[in-house]
Design a protein around this ligand. Structure first.
Ligand code: AMP
Length: 660
């Protein structure tokens, strides 16, 4: 589709948000549907920040993104990656990075860093701004395809430590791409904005005039930690003000280090089996394959406790196949990753120390312990923050559960889009609301929803409820979080799900699972589940109203009124079916064991009542409308009453069984 110019009369000009990253870039928008990354069907949301030049030096063809990245190894001298490391820097400034860049960097005017590309007919010298402009142009085109309108303005993010020259270079890159960069925003500020931190919504609520936010950004190759001070908006409708108190990091620390440590482990073990040369480095393709295996295993271990590696090393001298197979546990990976995470945590200490001086000047914290206590929110950015170890260490260090509801790869772009929508004056009421717009609950067995927080509850809000298992020996329980006014999960909106695993096998109904819902002042919902006896815990975060427009909220509310009666009946039947099945199973088991001890008449009556209830259950499972909940309730009651004698016999027998 060719983009058409912005419609005259459109109330707000579109301002997109762009995260121009070292390895990947994204474009996002925040409109009445909430903030979202713009994608083209069939393409990934991330555009690799890789640019290849080919053809004549005078007018080369420029290829951006996936294709450039995929063939970077094939064209090392004409594919430019990590150009962000060169933006606005002199050759001398960038010298520390040069060893890691496969292409040729030369000195240009005013000692600036330039790239020399060997193309047909000679070298072409390009500036980092031009290379970044190609990436920005690709993102602009993507946004125009996704939105169907011309996009002329953008908010672009940069690291908090970028100096004026680096910011100016970023702005120039935008101009070269035909984009008016209306604002340059610090990446940590954008991450905080993505969570709605600092968006003033209710002047009456007792908000602190000042709060402190830590943004922990661990990607593939770099780590940044920033401490921001947020000064609340002076009046409703105005935006709060973020100030970077300190920013520090390590430009050579990230998920890649963990991959390399895993590769070292695989290599050592392959050498022990004499499947690799004892001293020589593995061939580049073997190394690449090992790195790929390492990264896959690492990703799987973010969700699972254990993952298998299987590498076919090919046939050996005696033509026997050599398959390296190994299972890696989460704790093994944690041990391998610990030294790198330790380095990140030491940076955090430094950042806090630096921030303490700033906070101290304003009469607040005076040392890093006090600064740590002053942190009100921690936001995670970067793919490596998906690692459970990273989340745990960050939570321990700051004494706070970090925000994880949004995709850590997208947070910065989403925040830039939020800033864009604020600047364009587009509606922002849809982004985050002062009250919970729709009820929030957990799906229970049978598909009904137990509501924990009701619609229109003011935020922050908290609620807990106890649940249990429905099957004997159940060792894991699925918790699905739903939003909506209807009674059945299928009619609500699934916000997210997680599993509480590792429960010791117990009879149904015995585990005590406390589910806690917590919506903080920024509208971020955290759901936790704890099994009381074992202390096993799992949790998830979601942004409850993310992506819902005011109209959708209204529609869901209207539907709930229209279906209220039906929904109530259905919910009741569903719960009755679940409980009746548990009773029927219990009675069936006990009858098989102790039935002989009952009087014949009693036993026949019990069996008759059980059959009557079972018929109702089966009918309700086929069609919930086919049974009357009151009748089913009566049938269940009658069966419960008739089973009293059986219960007594069962208890006596089990006590006898325990006698020495
Ligand atoms: P970024 O630079 O933010 O794109 O982050 C890339 C890094 O995140 C790479 O090292 C990835 O291996 C890592 N990463 C992405 N997804 C996961 C995951 N599920 N678990 C662990 N690391 C991940």
């Amino acid at each position: 589709m060719t983009p058409s110019p912005a419609q005259p009369g459109t109330p707000h000009e579109i301002i997109v948000g762009i995260d121009l990253g070292t390895t990947n870039s994204l474009v996002a928008i925040a409109d009445e549907s909430g903030p979202r990354v713009l994608t083209i069907p069939g393409e990934r949301p991330l555009v690799p920040s890789a640019v290849r030049y080919e053809g004549p030096a005078g007018s080369p063809r420029v290829i951006v993104g996936d294709d450039a990245k995929a063939r970077a190894v094939q064209f090392p001298l004409t594919t430019i990656t990590s150009v962000k490391r060169l933006m606005g820097r002199s050759l001398a400034d960038a010298s520390g990075d040069l060893a890691y860049l496969p292409y040729t960097v030369v000195e240009g005017e005013h000692r600036t860093a330039r790239v020399a590309l060997p193309l047909d007919g000679g070298d072409r010298i390009v500036s980092p701004q031009e290379v970044s402009a190609s990436i920005l142009a690709a993102l602009k085109a993507r946004a125009e395809r996704a939105l169907g309108v011309e996009v002329r303005k953008a908010v672009v993010t940069v690291p908090a430590y970028f100096d004026d020259a680096q910011r100016q270079a970023t702005r120039d890159a935008g101009r070269l791409a035909g984009l008016d960069v209306v604002r340059i925003v610090n990446e940590p500020t954008a991450a905080a904005l993505a969570y709605g931190i600092g968006l003033d919504r209710d002047a009456n609520r007792n908000r602190k005039p000042e709060s402190v936010v830590a943004v922990f950004d661990l990607g593939g190759g770099t780590f940044d930690i920033s401490i921001l001070r947020l000064t609340a908006a002076p009046s409703p409708g105005e935006t709060a003000f973020f100030q970077v108190l300190s920013t520090t990091g390590d430009t050579r620390l990230g998920g890649d280090d963990i991959d390399h440590a895993l590769v070292a482990l695989f290599t050592r073990e392959l050498r022990e089996r004499a499947w690799l040369h004892p001293t020589a480095e593995p061939a580049p393709d073997v190394r690449r394959a090992l790195k790929q295996f390492a990264e896959e295993v690492k990703h799987r271990l973010s969700d699972a406790d254990q993952a298998k590696v299987r590498i076919d090393v090919g046939a050996g001298g005696d033509a026997a196949s050599r398959v390296y197979e190994r299972s890696i546990t989460r704790s093994e990976l944690d041990a391998i990753s610990a030294p790198f995470i330790d380095r990140a945590m030491r940076c955090c200490e430094r950042a806090l120390g630096d921030a303490a001086r700033e906070l101290g000047q304003s009469g607040g914290a005076t040392d890093d312990v006090a600064a740590r206590a002053a942190i009100d929110a921690v936001v995670l950015v970067g793919g490596s923050t998906r690692m459970p170890l990273v989340r745990r260490r960050v939570a321990e260090f700051f004494g706070l559960e970090p925000y994880t509801a949004l995709d850590p790869d997208q947070v910065v772009a989403l925040g830039a889009a939020v800033q864009g929508s604020l600047l364009s004056g587009a509606a922002r009421g849809s982004l985050l609301l002062d009250v919970v717009p729709l009820s929030l609950g957990i799906e229970t067995v049978g598909g009904a929803v137990a509501k924990l927080i009701l619609r229109n509850s003011p935020v922050p809000a908290r609620a807990t409820e106890m649940f249990s298992t429905s099957v004997d020996g159940q060792t894991s329980i699925r918790l699905a979080v739903h939003q909506g006014e209807r009674e059945m999960a299928a009619d609500c909106r699934l916000l997210g799900e997680f599993h509480l695993r590792g429960l010791p096998p117990m009879p149904a109904g015995i585990p005590q699972i406390e589910v806690e819902f917590l919506v903080d002042a920024n509208g971020v919902l955290r759901v936790g589940a704890t099994e009381r006896r074992t202390g096993k815990r799992a949790s998830i975060q979601v942004v409850p109203n993310h992506g819902l427009t005011r109209d959708e909220v209204d529609r869901m509310e209207r539907e709930s009124f229209a279906h209220a009666r039906d929904d109530m009946v259905r919910h009741r039947v569903t719960d009755l079916v679940v409980n009746a099945k548990m009773d029927l199973k219990w009675i069936g088991d006990r009858l098989a064991k102790h039935g002989a001890a009952l009087e014949t008449g009693q036993r026949a009556e019990l069996e008759r009542l059980a059959t009557e209830l079972r018929v109702m259950v089966e009918s309700a499972e086929r069609d919930w409308k086919s049974v009357q909940p009151d009748a089913m309730h009566r049938a269940k009651d009658a069966l419960d009453r008739a089973s009293v004698r059986l219960q007594e016999i069962s208890i006596t027998e089990s006590l006898r069984g325990q006698e020495p």
